[in-house]
Design a protein around this ligand. Structure first.
Ligand SMILES: [Zn+2]
Length: 302
């Protein structure tokens, strides 16, 4: 039993490793000067780091997946060649000579007769034919550093696992959006997004109207520092508030507006400093010299 699990894992790693070589070969077509910056091979899982300034586009990712899967379907042989380092350099070497190799090297060559698909120096064990990988899919791409990108990919049977994960997400989305097929998800989301932006616009204009009405009818008091002190209803949108206040109370020297949630804003015409006024009343200050705003309970004592 133990032996068969070990064998399963061994094959799973062999699939992932040969797929790493195929991925490397595809990346080299897109980034001719790229080099491997690291890699991790696990059971039907591979992570490949390479030097590149840009991330791949979704189309490039799709192309790589298609090409690697084509190589898999075409059942190309994966040969192990043991040869001398000199012979290898003569025959196939591209250039990664920072690494040290002994006199004898192992070359893994995936080929279609005369045509090389991938040739790499490698000490690992591989599948003997690309069809044994069965399937390949990229699950993510990220920038590890600005000049190093990372691709994580699956080989069979994790490809099915990815499909199942996506299916779960799509099932959830279909249920949540109340549609009968995956094909309707796009349409429904676009419809909701459009409705949402229309509603947002309506809410904003209602909010503006309501703030304007509140400000115009609000009871105000004053003290020696503020020509108007106005308490506003809880939930007032302070972001929308400030420009409406500026418009309505243009001629006021200094205003203090606050809510029972202790959001406050001080707006001045510039002749007095909002920052100084906030300081005078021990209010936490944030903003510009003409406008201070924060959340501070001390404002209720003013
Ligand atoms: Zn290798």
């Amino acid at each position: 039993m133990k032996l068969s699990i070990d064998m399963d894992q061994r094959y799973a790693k062999m699939r992932a490793h040969t797929a790493t070589h195929l991925l490397h070969a595809e990346l080299a077509k897109i980034f001719p000067n790229t080099k491997q910056a690291g890699s991790l091979v696990d059971s039907d899982l591979l992570r490949f780091d390479f030097y590149a300034n840009n991330l791949l586009t979704p189309e490039q990712i799709r192309d790589i997946e298609n090409n690697v899967n084509q190589t898999i379907f075409k059942a190309f042989p994966v040969d192990l060649i043991e040869t001398s380092f000199e012979e290898w350099v003569k025959l196939w070497a591209k250039a990664f000579f920072e690494e040290k190799y002994g006199d004898e090297v192992r070359v893994i060559r995936v080929h279609d007769g005369d045509k090389n698909i991938s040739v790499e120096l490698c000490g690992w064990t591989h599948v003997s034919n690309t069809r044994d990988i069965w399937a390949f899919t990229i699950i993510s791409q990220e920038a590890v550093a600005s000049w190093i990108k990372r691709i994580t990919a699956y080989t069979w049977p994790k490809v099915i696992e990815k499909l199942h994960n996506y299916e779960e997400i799509l099932d959830w989305a279909s249920k949540t959006l109340d549609v009968k097929s995956y094909a309707q998800i796009n349409e429904k989301i676009s419809k909701y997004a459009k409705e949402n932006s229309e509603l947002q616009q309506r809410v904003e204009s209602l909010e503006t109207a309501s703030i304007r009405a509140t400000l115009q009818s609000a009871q105000s008091r004053s003290n020696s520092d503020f020509s108007k002190i106005i308490q506003l209803p809880i939930g007032t949108n302070f972001k929308a508030l400030t420009w409406i206040v500026k418009e309505i109370f243009q001629s006021e020297k200094s205003l203090l507006l606050y809510t029972d949630e202790w959001n406050y804003v001080i707006i001045t015409d510039g002749s007095v400093s909002a920052k100084e006024l906030a300081k005078k009343y021990n209010l936490r200050w944030g903003g510009s010299d003409m406008m201070a705003q924060w959340k501070d309970e001390s404002v209720k004592a003013i």
